[in-house]
Design a protein around this ligand. Structure first.
Ligand code: ATP
Ligand code: MG
Length: 410
């Protein structure tokens, strides 16, 4: 199958890794992975860019590695944005249609969304997404697509996501310096949701939770639309730090042990499985049991779940939705974490893996790549919108309302 147009490029600059995916859109419309590269990230402390040149170098390396594999140079990408500087708020806005009842036309929808997004933002924040949730016509609510319906007043509920302008600009500047233009910026949990969630889960209600290195970002869905989001400043690095302190071992060793033998439930970990642990400095290696390692990880996992629950409650999610939680991001791979999540939060829980790309089994099997897969899906939709530019506003609007473009750009 031949490729159709320029390659689609996703760039997820995390605090632990930089992921680059290069995909082709085939003539049958399906997306095929040409290259995936994961390189160690540099220049971040938690979710903040603290060393510009180091970050540029890490991005450049990841991009070049993917270009070599794909055998093609790329010049632009869709990038992810996340972290404690991101804020979100729900808003409602509306417009009168006419003194008398009339049909809703596309321009009404545009103006209603415009009215809903005109909330006053803190001075340092800029708009990232305005995501329509549902429309209201006169006294009828829960309308997905009001085009053609009759009414006197059209209103819309939207979920607005904003990010600190300087944080986003610094990231874009680093990407630019590494040689790529930024086609669009996407809130990372939204990209993860796009890659991992089923339409049924969104309909029933679900929370997608992206556990990265330095932080955890989440986004909830109900009735098919994003509702609230939040972030907690704890990710996989904190698990590794606890192991390093608890076992008095260097960070690289703590990371290796966590990945190879770690588990979120100490009960199931054998005291008879033994392994060597490097010591600090010149001291000889020691032997410890898997149980000892997991007794360090379990309380951290419990604490992380308590923080997640607090964050959800503070944002107004008192009862977790019926489809429960979908855990994704690299740190979601900790053995037993999904089960512990289900048990503690008392809802269904599963691991979130990306879907929707051909020739990408390795990439799709890695939850650390879910955001990047979602960025590819977003990039594809952007291209679709650009292609349809000439086929009229109504078509684009219908795509938007059908969730085909969840990111009504500011
Ligand atoms: N097999 C594994 N078991 C447990 N944790 C793992 C495993 N593999 C990776 N991790 C953890 O995943 C974390 C990195 O996840 P990810 O690649 O999603 O982060 P990131 O996107 O760079 O970070 P962020 O989104 O916070 O900026 C690291 O803390 C790492 O220790
Ligand atoms: Mg991440």
């Amino acid at each position: 199958m031949k490729a159709n147009g320029r390659p689609l490029v996703a760039l997820d600059v995390g605090s632990s890794k930089v992921a680059v995916l290069i995909c082709e859109r085939r003539t049958d419309g399906r997306l095929e992975l040409r290259a995936a590269s994961l390189e160690e990230s540099r220049g971040f402390r938690k979710d903040t860019l603290v060393n510009f040149n180091a970050a540029v170098e890490a991005i450049r390396q990841a991009v070049e590695a993917a270009e070599r594999t794909a055998g093609t140079a790329v010049d632009s990408a869709v990038i992810g944005v996340a972290g404690s500087h991101v804020r979100s708020v729900n808003s409602r806005g509306g417009i009168p249609l006419a003194p008398r009842v009339r049909e809703v036309v596309p321009e009404d929808i545009r103006r209603a969304i415009e009215a809903a997004r005109s909330v006053s933002l803190p001075p340092e924040q800029e708009l990232l997404h305005v995501l329509p949730q549902e429309f209201l016509l006169d006294y009828q609510d829960g309308i997905r697509d009001p085009l053609g319906l009759l009414g006197r007043r059209l209103e819309v509920n939207v979920h607005i996501v904003t990010a600190a302008a300087t944080a986003t600009q610094n990231l874009i500047a680093a990407v630019n310096r590494a040689g790529l233009l930024v086609e669009d910026t996407v809130f990372e949990p939204l990209a993860a949701a796009e890659a991992c969630l089923t339409p049924d889960e969104r309909e029933l209600g679900v929370v997608v939770v992206d556990i990265g290195g330095g932080s955890t970002d989440w986004l909830s869905f109900e009735r098919g639309a994003p509702r609230v989001s939040g972030t907690i400043p704890v990710g996989g690095e904190h698990f590794t730090n606890d192991v390093a302190i608890g076992l008095r071992t260097p960070l690289w060793e703590a990371e290796r042990l966590k990945r190879s033998y770690g588990c979120a439930a100490a009960d199931g970990a054998s005291q008879d499985t033994l392994f060597e642990v490097a010591s600090m400095g010149e001291r000889p290696a020691r032997v410890i049991s898997r149980r000892a390692l997991c007794e360090i990880l379990e309380p951290r996992a419990q604490e992380w779940l308590a923080l997640l629950r607090d964050s959800l409650e503070r944002a107004g999610v008192e009862h977790l939705p019926a489809a429960g939680v979908v855990l994704t991001g690299g740190a979601a791979q900790l053995e037993g974490l999904v089960d512990l999540g289900a048990e503690t939060l008392r809802v269904p829980a599963r691991l979130g893996l990306g879907r929707g790309l051909l020739g990408a089994s390795g990439t799709l099997a890695n939850p650390a790549c879910a955001v990047a897969v979602g960025l590819i899906l977003h990039a594809n939709r952007l291209r679709e919108l650009q292609r349809n530019q000439n086929s009229g506003f109504v078509h684009r609007l219908r795509n938007l309302l059908n969730g085909k473009s969840w990111a009504a750009r500011a």
